[in-house]
Design a protein around this ligand. Sequence first.
Ligand code: C2E
Ligand code: CA
Ligand code: CA
Ligand code: CA
Length: 278
Amino acid sequence: AKADGRNAVCAYTAGMSQLASRSFRIESRLQRALQEGALRLVYQPQVDVSNERIVGAEALLRWTDDGQAVPPAEFIPVAEETDLILQIGEWVLREACRQAAGWQCSGHAPLSVAVNLSARQFRDPNLVELIGSILRESGLPPECLELEITESTLMSRLDDTCQRLQALSAMGVRMAVDDFGTGYSSLSYLKRFPVSRLKVDQSFMRDLCTDAEDAAIVDAVVALARALGLDALAEGVETAEQLEALRDTGCRYCQGYYFSRPLPAEAFARLVAVDDGE
Ligand code: C2E
Ligand code: CA
Ligand code: CA
Ligand code: CA
């Protein structure tokens, strides 16, 4: 019977697609990383285009597995297939709010922290309550927390999406639409949902200075944001030329390697202190 069992296991393993077994491996290692405290956050500065001052940062998750950095694009989708994303997401929110509360004492104007929310987290009925308690426990003013949600998350469950966004915005938390321009062609949700920022997807930035079509799209998104009373933030700004082009469109905020790569929390706090000294 023992041998049979092993054969069954072998057959099962062999039958799984390579992808599925890879997912499974990532998932169990990730679960352990979460328990052992092996996840950390890095912070990429968000900058006011007009004076190049730091106004906040986006929190980005990092996982080093056996000395090897695993890109979030690889492990987040795996975590999203299970409830593991809820545990990870809760850790991210708690850690980001705790660290951002620490920045506020530095005498700098209030700094916001932007946290990415996955679709599954956004659908979690406990989300609003959870965020309320994390804010209270961290002491971070709700206005300093921004939640980044993609268009597809916003569109996935229309009925309670609006309610949930309203509850969060009533709390004082701000919402940003991430990767704007890559998802749905419908824009009507912008009218109905209390979002405050559009993050222009970085794919439009790459050829901004050479491709008239990309430039036209960025122009149009910035104009749309302005007309709706929203902020526009351009992602993936890597060069001075791109920054200059953005300035011409009137885009208010940006983020990208031109200013800084994502930094460990202490390095971000030091950068803010230098920024203050100027
Ligand atoms: P995203 O939210 O669109 O994050 C921006 C990504 O662009 C980050 O990649 C960032 O490191 C990268 N980036 C920033 N500036 C530049 C630039 O100038 N040029 C280029 N080429 N890239 C730039 P990262 O950290 O690898 O994250 C990838 C994605 O993983 C994120 O895309 C987000 O969707 C997801 N992610 C990261 N952290 C979390 C998290 O805590 N929770 C959830 N749910 N998703 C996360
Ligand atoms: Ca994001
Ligand atoms: Ca993005
Ligand atoms: Ca083109």
